[in-house]
Design a protein around this ligand. Structure first.
Ligand SMILES: CC(C)(COP(=O)(O)OP(=O)(O)OC[C@H]1O[C@@H](n2cnc3c(N)ncnc32)[C@H](O)[C@@H]1OP(=O)(O)O)[C@@H](O)C(=O)NCCC(=O)NCCS
Length: 171
């Protein structure tokens, strides 16, 4: 798949072990900015790899094969009723933001999940993360609501905005 990303173009390919180092470095950069996740450090590759669904993880690569960003999903529950519900994360290298990389990654995730019969993609976003809220609303996610003071982050209570995209393609 080839996507236009502003001044240059990128390709979206499955996220594999060969991308591990760059994916985790981009994850760390997002974590260190303080508005991406409650996590304070990225997992090691084995933990990341075991948690993320193999068919629903992608990277965007630049023309030299460098990773610009990644998206990956996890199961939310083992209960049958939620078999088609996943939760995702999307992270873009700080130098590659604002040119459609996250939008392209979300499109790849939406396509792969819909093809696999997944009907809902959900995520939690800190209300201060204006970029992520904008990107997700742009990609067809709706805001469910805000969970107030749901967890502590570096000792401070934080709210989380729940967003979801219910696929119109799956009845
Ligand atoms: C959130 C993040 C993934 C966005 O990635 P990105 O590649 O810069 O986003 P895109 O360029 O695809 O932007 C998609 C849309 O969101 C909008 N958007 C992006 N950043 C924005 C910002 N800071 N403020 C308002 N809107 C913004 C864009 O304008 C674009 O809309 P458009 O197509 O109408 O112009 C990126 O900022 C990031 O990696 N942040 C750190 C990690 C993180 O917070 N991940 C999400 C955890 S929930």
């Amino acid at each position: 798949m080839s996507v236009g990303t502003g001044s240059s173009s990128s390709v979206i390919v499955p996220l594999t072990a060969e991308h591990a180092e760059q994916v985790l470095a981009i994850y760390r950069a997002g974590i260190d900015e303080g508005n991406a996740t409650f996590e304070t450090t990225p997992p090691d590759w084995e933990t990341f790899d075991a948690a993320k669904l193999p068919d629903h993880r992608f990277v965007a690569l630049d023309e030299h094969g460098a990773v610009l960003g990644w998206v990956a999903a996890t199961k939310v529950s083992d209960r049958c009723a939620y078999a088609g519900v996943v939760e995702h994360s999307v992270y873009v290298h700080p130098a590659a933001r604002g040119r459609g990389v996250a939008s392209a990654l979300l499109k790849a995730l939406i396509d792969s999940t819909e093809q696999a019969g997944v009907w809902t993609i959900q995520s939690g976003i800190f209300p201060e993360n204006a970029a992520s809220l904008a990107v997700h609303q742009r990609a067809g996610f709706r805001v469910i609501g805000t969970r107030e003071r749901i967890g502590r982050h570096h000792g401070r209570w934080r709210d989380v905005v729940l967003v979801e995209r219910r696929s119109p393609a799956i009845d």
